[in-house]
Structures are given as structure tokens and as C-alpha cells.
Design a protein around this ligand. Structure first.
Ligand code: SF4
Length: 421
């Protein structure tokens, strides 16, 4: 328990709401933790937060804090009211990369927790918006000690700043029957190749990889990553007619008609008079709705692979962007396949590093220079399956395509001539 606790009337009020409060968590560290240093840090933190609420001002300022050999991974926080709240005057956050799919053992978690209680404030977020484990609240000196200790048993810092960021992948085949890809292997192949770019920020802005094993896209990769890898299949969906009949027996024929058949966005499924479930696989757009409603009866086909979408991001200069399909389908099984996807990522990052403006995400660059120029830059041939607005427009018109392309080449030739004149 801290010696003289700061009064926190405004923060106390936050605890009265319906949800568990972060204030209660910090108070537990202040009152119940056996380590005096942690009690005092939590007390000081609550004092500053109450002061912020009273004065309606934030008192954290940034700076430069790093560990040896790294240029990122730590969010520095120095207090402007450190004299009044000295125990939390340096309260830096360390971003630590989680394992692919967020699979931990309790032994790993205990080890991390012990190191953090030794050097930090005891406050942790699993996981922050960036996908990292956020260790919140270390002094400048202890930042290095904590990193050295956890690095010794295998953990590494994540990305922060204009660099390749910490990647994320869904729980995957280990626990999900819809998985169509080796999510964790893809995750590790991509990130391991860009370790330098994670730790030394030298890009126009952030670049994120996210991997989802099926089109449910549990990682939101399509809208939250520059390089989204989403598992899919290209042969026929697997249908277990016995399970369909069991479903009808349980829920009723009309229920299936109303909630599955009628909700297929492309009207690709039907039910015969004999309750046979028929799929028009050519018109199925893999929205996953029917598979999600009847997971025992329906499964992805056997010919599995991934779709790659580039340029998704949340709001910044030109608003939210969904990723654009640049590789409609590719197999990802052999070492050569993995080399191909890593090579493609290198190509894209190099092109963006050279052509992106400062503080410009890949998707924003594509909007500015045009998709055709981007595809030419990374050496990928244009394909009618490259969907610009997924789930809104599932195809593009090909009539007049060649004439338009010819006009474009003509314009480029003229621009080159004008430039060389
Ligand atoms: Fe229709 Fe979606 Fe089922 Fe395909 S996955 S058949 S598009 S509901």
C-alpha cells in the first residue's frame, strides 16, 4: 500500500459505471501489490490522472527513448508535472511482439509478468490496437533492463513510428475449422524477413501485415493492414447433406430458407424439394455466411490458398480505405511459395519507400498515382479478378479495356517525349 495516497474523487466516479474500470486495476496495484515501488508508481499515476481531469489538460510529453541497437518499439512518456508526482515522472511504454496467433503458455506469461514486476509498473495491456503486448510504465533506465531480460528468453520489441509494424494473425487452423491457410507460418515468414525494417524506422510511414485464415477475416486485415493475406479456396464448397437434414430437423425448413438461402448475396445456393443443399460454386463469392450458420454441414473446399490485398488503412488524410485485391489467388504451401510472397512484399515496400510521400500510407499512394502505375511498379500483370471495392463490386468491366489501356500507354509515351524534349 502506498504511503500517502492522492485523493481521487473524479477517478472514483469512473468506477461506478457498468463496466470494469481501469481505475480499479491501477488501484489494485496501489493498494494490494506486495512491492512498495509498484504501490508508489500506481499512486503517483493516479494522482497525475486526477490532476489532468481537474485541469482538463494532458501532461505527458514525448521524447526519445530507445534500447541499444533499436530505433523504435518504445513510446516515451515524460511527465510535465513530475515534481508533484515523482514516482511516475518517466512512464514509457514498451511494445513487445506477441507470438503468431497470440498463442501463449502460462509459463511464458508468468515469466513476462515476473520481469515486468521487477522493472516496470505492473500495468500491461493484452493486446493494444497495434497488436503488441503493451508494457506501460517503465523509467528510462529500467526500459533497457527489462528489454535485456525478456530478449534473453526470446521476446522482441515491436514496431513504432514509420516502419514495418508488428504483424497479426488469427487463431488459425489450431482452433478454427474454416482455416484455409498456414496463418502463423505466413505471419512469421513475412515479419522475420523485415526485422530490420521493424526496428529501424526508415519508411514514409507505417506498414502493416495482417493474416486471416479465411474470408471471415477475423483480423480485419482488409481494412486495417497495408498487406492483407486472407485464406480462401477455389474448388467446390464441401457439403455434408446428412448434416443439412439434421439442421432442417432441428430448426425447420423455413428457417433455413429465410436465414441461409435468402441471405446469400449472390443467390448461389438453393434447396431442392428433397432438402438437398445445392451450391452454384461459380457464383459463390466466399462471403462465409452460409458456412458460419451451418459450420457442421458446410466447409471450404480442398484447393486452398490465399488472396492478397494491398492498401487498407484506417482514417487519416483521405479517409478509410479497404485493401485492393492484387493477387486473387495463390497457393501457399511450399518453401518456394513462401519465398514468392516475401519477394512480393519486398517489392511493394521498396516501391512505396521510393514513391510514397512522407506520412503517406500505401493505399494513399495507390490512390494518388493510380492502381495501374502501382501494379506496373511492382511487376504484377493486371487481372480482371483484381477487385477494387470488395463486397460492393465483385467484377470489373472488360469491354473497352484494351482501348483504354492503349490510350494510357499513349499518354505515357507523350509524357516521356515531353520530358526528354
Ligand atoms: Fe453464398 Fe456466401 Fe455461402 Fe458463397 S459463402 S454460397 S456467397 S452465402
Amino acid at each position: 500500500m502506498a504511503k500517502d495516497t492522492h485523493p481521487t474523487p473524479m477517478l472514483d466516479d469512473l468506477e461506478t459505471g457498468p463496466w470494469p474500470s481501469f481505475i480499479s486495476g491501477i488501484k489494485r496495484l496501489r493498494d494490494k501489490h506486495p512491492d512498495k515501488r509498484i504501490n508508489e508508481m500506481a499512486n503517483s499515476l493516479l494522482g497525475q490522472l486526477e490532476h489532468s481531469y481537474e485541469t482538463r489538460k494532458g501532461y505527458w510529453k514525448g521524447g526519445t527513448v530507445s534500447v541499444y541497437g533499436y530505433g523504435g518499439g518504445i513510446i516515451p512518456r515524460f511527465s510535465e508535472v513530475g515534481k508533484a508526482f515523482p514516482e511516475s515522472k518517466e512512464f514509457h511504454t514498451l511494445r513487445v511482439q506477441p507470438p503468431a496467433g497470440n498463442f501463449y503458455t502460462t509459463a511464458m506469461l508468468r515469466q513476462l509478468g515476473d520481469s515486468w514486476e521487477k522493472y516496470g509498473s505492473g500495468l500491461v495491456t493484452f493486446h493494444g490496437q497495434t497488436g503488441n503486448i503493451m508494457f506501460i510504465g517503465a523509467s528510462t533506465e529500467n526500459t533497457q533492463h527489462f528489454f535485456d531480460e525478456i530478449n534473453e528468453y526470446g521476446w522482441d520489441l515491436g514496431g513504432a513510428g514509420p516502419c514495418v509494424r508488428t504483424a497479426m494473425s488469427c487463431v488459425g487452423a489450431a482452433r478454427c475449422e474454416m482455416s484455409c491457410a498456414h496463418e502463423h507460418s505466413i505471419h512469421r515468414h513475412l515479419v522475420n524477413n523485415f526485422t530490420d525494417d521493424v526496428h529501424r524506422p526508415a519508411l514514409p510511414y507505417k506498414f502493416k501485415f495482417k493474416v486471416s485464415g479465411c474470408p471471415n477475416d477475423c483480423q480485419n486485415s482488409i481494412e486495417r493492414s497495408d498487406f492483407a493475406v486472407i485464406g480462401t479456396w477455389r474448388d467446390d464448397m464441401k457439403v455434408n447433406q446428412d448434416e443439412i437434414k439434421y439442421y432442417i430437423k432441428k430448426k425447420g425448413r423455413q428457417y433455413l430458407l429465410d436465414n441461409v438461402i435468402a441471405r446469400c448475396p449472390t443467390q448461389a445456393i438453393s434447396l431442392t424439394d428433397k432438402d438437398e443443399f445445392v451450391v452454384d460454386n461459380h457464383n459463390c463469392v466466399r462471403c462465409m455466411h452460409c458456412l458460419n450458420v451451418m459450420p457442421r454441414a458446410l466447409h471450404p473446399g480442398d484447393d486452398k490458398g490465399v488472396t492478397i490485398l494491398i492498401g487498407g488503412k484506417r482514417t487519416l488524410k483521405i479517409g478509410d480505405l479497404m485493401g485492393t485485391v492484387v493477387v486473387p489467388f495463390m497457393k501457399l504451401e511450399t518453401e518456394e511459395d513462401f519465398e514468392r510472397i516475401v519477394g512480393m512484399a519486398e517489392e511493394i515496400i521498396d516501391f512505396w519507400a521510393e514513391n510514397g510521400l512522407e506520412h503517406e500510407r500505401t493505399g494513399e499512394m495507390i490512390e494518388r498515382i493510380g492502381l495501374v502505375n502501382f501494379l506496373e511498379g511492382i511487376g504484377i500483370d493486371v487481372d480482371p479478378h483484381m477487385v477494387n471495392y470488395p463486397r460492393q463490386s465483385s467484377y470489373i468491366r472488360m469491354d473497352g479495356w484494351d482501348e483504354e489501356a492503349e490510350k494510357w500507354f499513349e499518354r505515357k509515351r507523350e509524357q516521356k517525349l515531353a520530358a526528354s524534349a
